[in-house]
Design a binder for this molecule. Structure first.
Ligand code: ADP
Ligand code: MG
Length: 455
């Protein structure tokens, strides 16, 4: 292994990535990394903090791996690790201490008193921009109460609903409000919490991890249903929760279902979640949907006639994200054609959108195709009897995804996969489920297959 050429390779990789990525992303996450070694299997990259490592693994793995592969012309895996001597650093700020630039959808935000402005949260997700109706009144009022007096009203506050109904919006709104009063707020998805925890074990920085989470005054944990799997992570969250709760600090949790239905959660954690207030959000009624559309149109600075608003609100009712998406599509189309949005054009676009969703609906074939592309095994061999280790593994990943993403039963999956019995499927899917949190390779495989499925 040649140190000079490792550096040169990494320099070339960074050069490519700099062209592909938004400047703040590059400056914050990649500028301070080094390529340190490689062999025929992997390329090792060092980053300054555990947080940066976790972020790169989660957000940039595919882009970096592809670029390394391109530059070296070899199918290398990329491994990230913390630069020696920096393991115990608090990973939540960049080495220069600058504010993290946030892109929408970014997973983790830490606001320290005086250190970071409330602008760290998505500026669009505030209490003011949240339209209140009967379907979300309870969750909204509770979120406001919690933001006004953290730790004093409902603790924890547990908000649950289907997708696209405003959970993340409310968490950010609480974040804004609390941060602007100088409180230490931390927003984190449960996937990020899990990764962060696992990374801290790998780097032996669990103490820094503890400090990071237990020093906050308001902890906002998004999508707790994804914190499935490992006992140890639950254990760690249990202790974090207790510490925060005992010190009178606020915890807000969201989930796609009520605590009782979180099958994989430890009982004692589940019962903690029920200590405070459980607030659900239902799909909005027609009137609220119209109010939301009016408000979004106003934010976009465009005029949309009432009949068009009503048409969209009547056709799209599952969730607010789709509602917004339909409106955005119409606005884009109207701008493209330099024409106002009419009931006719709106209705045509809605039809196209429905056709699109049908086309993009994920079905078992799409999953099998993504799995077979990823592992470079033929779809037919997934269904056949053969079981080289590679194929058997790919098949188990397929079982896992079919059950988790399509909620198929083991019997249905067995039938689909060439007539296997349901015990085989349970075993296969269970194996992946058990390994996924500890095995970084597997986790990346599954993440990138999911990217392909939902692309
Ligand atoms: P969830 O986290 O429940 O999946 P999000 O909070 O991401 O949903 O909401 C999806 C989109 O819908 C966001 O753009 C959000 O601003 C918007 N949204 C949801 N509910 C409302 C509401 N009551 N008023 C305004 N916008 C909303
Ligand atoms: Mg969300």
């Amino acid at each position: 292994m040649n140190e000079q050429s490792t550096r040169e390779i990494w320099k070339a990789v960074l050069g490519e990535l700099q062209l592909q990525l938004p400047r703040p992303t590059f400056e914050t996450w990649l500028k301070h990394t080094d390529g340190v070694s490689y062999d025929e299997h992997q390329f090792v990259v060092e980053a300054p903090t555990p947080f940066a490592v976790a972020w790169l693994e989660r957000r940039m793995y595919n882009a970096i791996q592809k670029t390394v592969e391109k530059v070296t012309d070899r199918p290398l895996d990329v491994v990230f690790r913390v630069r020696p001597g920096h393991e115990a650093e608090n990973g939540s700020v960049t080495s220069s201490g600058q504010t993290l630039e946030l892109e929408s959808g970014q997973d983790e935000i830490q606001v320290k008193p005086q250190a970071q402005p409330p602008a760290a949260f998505n500026p669009k997700y505030t209490f003011d921009s949240f339209v209140v109706g009967p379907s979300n009144q309870l969750a909204y009022s509770a979120a406001r109460a919690v933001a006004d007096a953290p730790g004093k009203s409902y603790n924890p506050l547990f908000i649950y609903s289907g997708v696209g109904l405003g959970k993340t919006h409310l968490l950010h709104a609480i974040g804004h409000a609390a941060a602007s009063r100088g409180l230490a707020v931390r927003y984190v998805t449960s996937e990020q919490f899990t990764n962060d925890f696992i990374t801290s074990i790998g780097n032996r920085t669990t103490e820094a991890f503890r400090q990071r989470y237990r020093s906050v005054e308001v902890l906002l944990l998004d999508d707790v249903q994804f914190m499935s799997g490992k006992e140890q992570t639950h254990e760690s969250f249990f202790h974090t929760f207790n510490d925060l709760h005992n010190s009178g600090h606020q915890v807000v949790i969201t989930s796609d279902r009520p605590p009782k239905a979180l099958a994989l959660l430890q009982d004692r954690l589940r019962s903690r979640f029920e200590w405070g207030l459980l607030a659900d959000i239902q799909p909005p009624d027609l009137e609220t949907r119209m109010a939301i559309l009016v408000s979004k149109a106003k934010n976009l600075g465009i005029r949309v006639g009432e009949s068009v608003i009503e048409l969209i609100a009547k056709r799209v009712h599952k969730n607010v994200r789709e509602l917004e998406g339909s409106l955005n599509r119409m606005v884009a189309q109207a701008e493209l054609m330099s024409e106002p949005i009419t009931v006719q054009s709106a209705s045509r676009i809605l039809e196209e959108l429905t056709a699109d969703t049908e086309r993009h609906a994920i079905d078992p074939e799409r999953i099998l195709e993504a799995v077979s592309n990823h592992f470079r095994v033929g779809t037919d061999s997934l269904l056949a009897r053969g079981r080289t280790q590679k194929i058997a593994h790919a098949r188990q990943v397929a079982m896992y995804l079919l059950i988790n993403e399509l909620e198929m039963t083991p019997t249905q999956v067995g039938r689909l996969l060439g007539g296997r019995d349901h015990a085989t499927v349970i075993h296969g899917a269970g194996k992946i489920n058990g390994e996924i949190n500890e095995d970084t390779h597997l986790r990346r495989d599954v993440l990138s297959i999911k990217e392909a499925i939902f692309a």
